[in-house]
Design a protein around this ligand. Structure first.
Ligand code: PEP
Ligand code: MG
Length: 582
């Protein structure tokens, strides 16, 4: 049994067979072949091996001619490894005697060799394990060729273990078969993590290097509540899994009964809870769970799923679907937040030079530099707005000029539509996300110009604490409970109250029930969260009074370490809603 710990990013505990994706995202299926094709499968393996050896020899000759024999020697070592009789013998044995497919036999055998190398305690040999992975990749490329299986073509339930999944790949996961996923990289609020929540797939990220010894097909327990992954669990662990799954089902069934109840504190204060969505289909879950509307629609996901550039009509249809389902509930459409970890494959070259994509051409900056792209979206929003209650929100605004420019382009688009005699809605509230410290510093100036604010804590924490939100090596420093973050939220709420501008928190912080008493105590009355967390948030709202929330907020704000704030809030949550602390 192997136990690995990472960062829990989407709740739920599942068990199933592993499907491993290598660094090139090869899917390595655990396939068995029937007796009568064993010999032809053996030939397939040897053909692939011969082809790989031939390629290595060609490289050896080329490099020898161009760079000299000492460099060519690298390839002789690779060749020796590829022809190693022990390794080849073990692959043959797995095909002939265990009826493994050549892909599975190659992957399992080479990974076992690599793991042994990594465990010898010698840095040089550990690095040679990379050569074995390289050989595995070459062989798989030969064996799988064009028939490399797509993640979207799954036919049986699996738990995916991958080095990484991009937000685009995550968006394409087939939720009928993907029970959960875990990745070696990733942080608390990476967009891949957020998508796992949206798709309601239990997920753990930031496991660190651990895939070497896993070849696919092993049973795994993935615990998205505690951030644990257990490969080949023993019976006692399986029993604990069954107990915790039964408890989760019990709690979820009870929480589901809250869906139709008011989101109101014990002393009668109404608290609006909106949903965050990435895909139009999610809006139904929001409505079903009793959301007051959509507080954040991340529209860039229209660009991340498919292969083609969305047209104005694609935008329009998506927005119309959301608006029609929401009826007169408000829908906050955030304009494109492309860039950083959300880059469509088609335009990846444009970002290739960026050393710091999180600080680069991202979000409203990209929209302002790509006016035609921006205008397509704005036209669609304005047209769709006649079908519902729309609010437009600009992301990552870092200066007043940006906000004014974005608003000016919106006015231009209105004029165009007017000239073209196309129906659209005019009186739309226009707000901004507060997710850059400069926006907090100038919050009063912004408050005079915007119709509403929404605090994006995912980025606000990243930019305030200088911690990449996707980097597991600084995950311990990336803290919602940091006193600096609490003060920023306080400042925005104060300006909102002073200027009569509504304030929402839509970062992942507000999907975490621990922070609800604090946020209510600071004066927040609108939350926008991942749809599946809505019942949990409502449970907290319904079990607290405003004076009690204020007492909790006052104490939390008197603490000077994030760790102490979060520990205190967890204790208070356990007291108020014991079921929510697992
Ligand atoms: C945020 O930054 O908190 C936010 C909600 O935006 P995103 O997660 O899409 O960057
Ligand atoms: Mg953001």
């Amino acid at each position: 049994m192997q136990v690995r710990s990472g960062i829990p990013v989407s709740p739920g505990v599942v068990v199933g067979p592993t499907l491993v994706l290598g660094s090139e995202n090869f899917r390595i299926p655990r396939k068995f072949v029937s007796r009568d094709v064993v010999e032809s499968e053996m030939v397939r393996f040897h053909n692939a091996l011969d082809k790989v050896c031939q390629d290595i020899e060609d490289h050896e000759i080329l490099v020898g001619e161009q760079l000299g024999s000492q460099y060519a020697a690298i390839f002789s070592a690779h060749l020796q490894m590829a022809r190693d009789p022990r390794m080849v013998g073990q692959v043959e044995d797995a095909i002939r005697n265990q009826s493994n497919s050549p892909e599975y036999a190659v992957s399992r055998t080479l990974r076992k060799f690599a793991e042994q190398m990594q465990n010898l305690g010698n840095q040089y040999l550990a690095e040679r394990a990379l050569d074995i992975f390289d050989l595995e990749k070459r062989l798989l490329r030969e064996l799988l060729g064009e028939s490399r299986e797509e993640l979207s073509n799954l036919t049986e339930p699996v738990v995916i273990l991958a080095h990484d999944l991009t937000p685009g790949e995550t968006a394409m996961l087939n939720t009928d078969y993907v029970l959960g996923f875990a990745t070696e990289v990733g942080g608390h609020t990476s967009h891949t993590a957020i998508l796992a929540g949206a798709l309601e797939i239990p997920a753990v990220v930031g496991l660190g290097r651990c895939l070497a010894g896993v070849s696919g097909g092993e049973t795994v327990i993935l615990d998205g509540d505690h951030g644990q992954v257990v490969i080949d669990p023993d019976e006692a662990t399986m029993e604990r899994f069954r107990t915790s799954q039964a408890r989760n089902i019990r709690v979820s069934e009870r929480l589901a009964t809250l869906e139709t109840l008011e989101s109101e504190t014990l002393d009668g204060q109404r608290v609006q809870i909106f949903g965050n969505i990435e895909f139009p289909q999610e809006v139904e879950q929001c409505v079903k769970r009793g959301a007051d509307g959509v507080g954040l629609y991340r529209t860039e996901f229209l660009y991340l799923g498919g292969n083609k550039e969305p047209t104005e009509s694609d935008h329009y249809e998506a927005y119309k679907q959301v608006l029609s389902t929401c009826g007169d509930r408000p829908v906050v459409i955030r304009t494109l937040d492309i860039g950083a970890d959300k880059v469509p494959a088609r335009i990846r070259d444009r970002f290739a030079e960026s050393q710091n994509p999180m600080l680069g051409l991202r979000s409203i900056r990209l929209s302002l530099q790509s006016t035609p792209l921006f205008k397509v979206q704005l036209r669609a929003i304005l047209r769709a707005a006649v079908h519902g209650n729309v609010r437009i929100m600009f992301p990552l605004v870092s200066s007043l000029l940006e906000f004014r420019q974005a608003k000016m382009i919106l006015m231009d688009v209105m004029e165009d539509l007017e000239d073209e005699n196309i129906e659209f809605a005019r009186d739309i509230p226009i707000g901004m996300m507060v997710e850059v410290p400069s926006a907090v510093m100038l919050i009063e100036e912004f408050a005079r110009e915007v119709d509403f604010f929404s605090i994006g804590t995912n980025d606000l924490i990243q930019y305030t604490l200088a911690c990449d939100r996707s980097d597991p090596s600084v995950a311990n420093l990336y803290r919602s409970g940091d006193p600096s973050i609490l003060r920023m939220i306080q400042a925005v709420l104060k300006a909102g109250e002073q200027y009569g501008k509504p304030v929402t928190v839509c970062g992942q912080m507000s999907s975490d029930p621990r922070f609800v008493p604090l946020l209510l105590g600071l004066g927040l009355r609108q939350i926008s969260a991942t749809p599946h967390s809505i019942p949990r948030l409502k449970e907290v709202v319904r079990n607290i009074s405003i004076p009690e929330a204020e007492r909790i907020a006052t104490h939390a704000c008197s603490l000077d370490l994030a760790r102490d704030v979060e520990h205190y809030l967890l204790g208070e949550l356990g007291r108020l809603c014991p079921d929510l602390v697992v």
